[in-house]
Design a binder for this molecule. Sequence first.
Ligand code: ADP
Ligand code: NA
Ligand code: MG
Length: 373
Amino acid sequence: MLAQAASLLNINVVILDVGANAPAKQVVSPRSPGLAHIDGSFADSAKIRELAAKVDVLTVEIEHVDAGVLQDVERAVPLGVHPSPSTIRVIQDKCVQKQHLAAHGCPVSTFMEVEATAASVTSAAENLGLPLMLKSRTLAYDGRGNYVLRETTQVQEAIAALGGRPLYAEKWVPFVKEIAVMVVRSAAGDVASYPVVETVQRDNICHLVFAPLRSGDATIAARAREVAEASVKTLAGAGVFGVEMFLMHDGSVFINEIAPRPHNSGHYTIEACETSQYENHLRAILSLPLGSTALKVPSVAMVNLLGASDDMSEINAVVAHALSVPGAAVHLYGKSECRKGRKMGHITVVATSDAERSLRIRSLLEHLPTPSS
Ligand code: ADP
Ligand code: NA
Ligand code: MG
């Protein structure tokens, strides 16, 4: 989606990913032989150096990268690396990220470091109560890396499930809603935020996004945007950041986590905002003027197309239905294989009212494949 936005602005993109048919490479062809895409892993330091040597600005779409290599190449890339490798380093360890946010006065719920031992996890459960959210500090995404400890008898199982990785623990947050705000930060340090969205996760994975946030109290959205903007200001570097938050019963918010990149909860901006999160990411890292973040439709929803099995025809069935739904825009990512829980694409539905939006997405939801457990 970033490549699509770049293409419309004649911005040349060189992509590092495995295989000649990686999804982003399907979207943009190299404009000259010198700008050929690179075949390799974004975890391979030699490949990252090869990419850095070819570009004016380097950006990443995943935080699980080698921040050290990015730091090494930073000075050799004329417009730098965004988000800043120092920001990636803070964010890629969720416990360090929470410590950073707390130290800068951003609202986060209670958390503590734990060792991956039964004694340490048990003591965290005694301290923070049950249920306890046990999380991998690193390499976590789509809920892979979280374990909800309901009883202390599950401690061994939890440690085994999280694969012996470095862990930390969070107090369980009894939120009323999960919300998110996309924030764009220019190279000069100015920030602008998108409207607050409500996100609905199923099995820890983002399932639905609704915008704008509806609540009886209009100050909630304004406050959430302030908190999100303030949190992004504590992080170095330009680009788009996705700030995931918990909305509490009393209207207060806690930051759950920050993604230093365009985010699933911002996909709706492609059809529903004056400038998409992708275009604004490009504008930010290229020192172009930021675009308006305003909604241009009254109501929007996004539904993720998650594989229910390895059968892509289940996804194709929803897509076929979506083609008959007014206001629905299908995005399929061109991934070579469908797998259970894998994000294969998404559908955005715009509408003139929330009521119309509900009608439009209801039938889509009825056609979604149901994951077998
Ligand atoms: P991921 O990196 O996989 O997105 P998150 O830390 O965002 O992991 O957790 C995934 C989901 O788990 C959240 O969106 C939320 O629904 C739930 N969750 C995370 N932390 C807590 C918590 N402390 N209390 C209650 N629910 C939580
Ligand atoms: Na995450
Ligand atoms: Mg998350």
